[in-house]
Write a protein that binds this ligand. Structure first.
Ligand SMILES: C[S@@+](CC[C@H](N)C(=O)[O-])C[C@H]1O[C@@H](n2cnc3c(N)ncnc32)[C@H](O)[C@@H]1O
Length: 267
């Protein structure tokens, strides 16, 4: 484990927190907008049985399992937190899906695959942890790993220029969560420079606020059930995590967007 991944695994995605987030989002998911990420991504990426897909920053594996079980896709799923990869491998064995999904401990900044291996590549909530300069080299690789005409989908938070983003409170929040500034304009430039054609850009602020409000209500309703699985400290921490993220989305500082792009057939 590198220093960066170790710090994420121990401070943000440690096993107790993952258990708690899964109580909020459902088994296999530690990030918001589960339905949009699963059903929505399959539609955007035009996936079909037998397609080969790379899911980057797979977390506790929900999208990879969804793809194998509902689409019949052949999935390579990577994450750099080894505690999460170990959990996914256990679940994969239990579900009898080892011939459909390969979970690998990899850092997206250094991982390597052969050219034109994948029909589609997804990044669901994993890019926000990158430093500004890291995206371009990753998306240049993505272009190379995709088959011509193959699609890539990034569903992640962007920072928007508004009064809240220049406050010390916001900067401290980003630092604590290991979040970095990336704007819509950055993504547009990254895709273009990497040689990927941007097909669609969709801001998800309203959906995200609705989704988070729903999760918060559910967490309150199931508070005592969740406390049977995780400590009060973890639950309160995760609940605060929701409340803070929702606040920044409401202020317009940080909210998710979907970016869909393709590798042009002639490039
Ligand atoms: C918010 S979680 C999302 C997980 C999952 N995709 C979901 O939607 O439930 C972000 C994931 O990205 C992973 N991640 C962050 N930086 C990474 C990197 N450089 N390489 C590989 N995985 C990374 C984290 O370990 C974490 O599991």
């Amino acid at each position: 484990m590198s220093q960066a991944s170790e710090s994420l695994a121990t401070s943000v995605y440690h096993s107790e927190r993952v258990k708690c987030l899964e109580m909020f989002y459902g088994e296999g998911f530690i990030g918001s907008e589960v339905e949009a990420k699963c059903k929505g991504s399959v539609e955007h990426l035009k996936l079909k049985a037998g397609d080969s897909i790379l899911d980057v920053g797979a977390g506790s594996g929900g999208f990879a399992f969804y793809l194998a079980e509902n689409v019949g896709a052949v999935v390579t799923a990577v994450d750099y937190c080894t505690n999460l990869v170990d959990l996914c491998n256990e679940r994969c064995k239990e579900k009898g899906l080892s011939d459909k999904i390969t979970f690998l401990a990899r850092d997206m900044r250094t991982m390597q695959f052969e050219s034109e291996r994948f029909d589609a590549i997804s990044f669901l909530g994993s890019l926000i942890h990158l430093k500004r300069g890291d995206h371009l080299s990753i998306f240049k690789n993505v272009k190379n790993w995709l088959k011509p005409g193959g699609r890539v989908l990034a569903h992640d938070f962007v920072t928007c220029d508004c009064p809240a983003t220049s406050t010390q409170e916001f900067k401290d929040y980003q630092k604590r969560l290991h979040f970095n500034d990336v704007t819509v304009a950055d993504y547009e430039e990254i895709f273009e420079t990497a040689g990927l054609r941007l097909l669609q850009y969709q801001p998800r602020r309203e959906f995200y606020i609705q989704d988070t409000t729903k999760r918060q209500t559910k967490a309150k309703e199931n508070w005592n059930e969740i406390l049977k699985v995780v400590s009060k400290e973890t639950l309160e921490h995760c609940y605060k995590f929701f409340a803070e993220k929702r606040k920044w989305a409401e202020e317009g500082a940080l909210f998710p967007c979907i970016f869909l792009a393709e590798r042009p057939r002639d490039m």
